[in-house]
Design a binder for this molecule. Structure first.
Ligand SMILES: [Zn+2]
Length: 247
């Protein structure tokens, strides 16, 4: 039987988790399990193994596909500390596809099960290597499991162009004024609109799983649109609308 398993790897309230479960249940009336990501790690060996592999899959240069080939003990220690402390999210960058590989290898159940929609909701930053020969930060990486990054939602889609222009010319007072006056045009981690946006991305995970389809929609009003700008996220993923094709 189909089921949904949500792994929480970030600091959010129980109430927020319940809201996501209710949203998913509305999409499919099935069993929904919620676990803290750290619960997967059964013992010290598994912790060390995961810490080492996380250090290995760090992206060190955006224009170099090669990952962190030389791992230092201090990097493993850093990963260990962050695996058990969801209050402190890791500041490192990781290869998203390699992370999915690690999870599937370490925990074939549930992460290789096609009947289970596994979603890891995280505050880690994940990147993928794209055709322009650079790594790009991602909000969601669909697959087994689906990785949904809260920090990615805030940092991957670009803010409006004016923001970068003011930043580029070093107009710090004007930049602060712009940020205050334009809060409706971009997202922050503690933004009240984040919950609806996360639901939009949960929908993308659900759609991928049901249809085995990871093609994004080209209609910018559809929740399945691949938003590159914060303002697009605040339309497509915030409103959860489907285009005529996907309806
Ligand atoms: Zn669509």
């Amino acid at each position: 039987m189909n089921s949904i398993h949500l792994f929480v790897d970030c600091l959010i309230t129980q109430q927020e988790i319940q809201e996501y479960c209710a949203f998913l249940y509305e999409l499919l009336e099935t069993e929904i399990t919620v676990s803290a990501f750290a619960e997967l790690i059964e013992n010290e060996d598994a912790l060390l193994r995961l810490a080492r592999t996380l250090a290995e899959i760090r992206v060190t240069q955006l224009d170099n596909q090669e990952l962190n080939t030389t791992v230092f003990p201090v990097e493993i220690e850093y990963e260990k500390n962050h695996l058990f402390n969801s209050q402190k999210s890791s500041q490192c960058l990781y290869s998203g596809y390699e992370y999915q590989n690690i999870l599937r290898k370490e925990w074939p159940f549930p992460f290789t099960q096609k009947k289970i929609l596994s979603i890891v909701l995280t505050d880690r930053r994940f990147l993928t290597w794209e055709t322009d020969c650079r790594y790009h930060l991602r909000t969601v990486i669909l697959g087994y499991p689906c990785i949904l990054s809260r920090v990615g939602i805030v940092e991957a889609p670009a803010k409006p162009k004016e923001y970068y222009l003011l930043k580029h010319i070093g107009a710090s007072i004007e930049l602060q004024n712009w940020l205050s006056a334009n809060r409706h045009r971009y997202l922050e981690l503690e933004d009240t609109r984040m919950k609806e946006v996360i639901k939009g991305y949960l929908f993308q995970c659900f759609y991928f799983w049901i249809h085995h389809d990871n093609e994004f929609c080209d209609n910018s009003n559809c929740v399945l649109y691949n938003s590159h700008w914060q303002e697009e996220v605040l339309n497509a993923q915030f409103n959860h609308h489907l285009c005529p094709k996907h309806t």
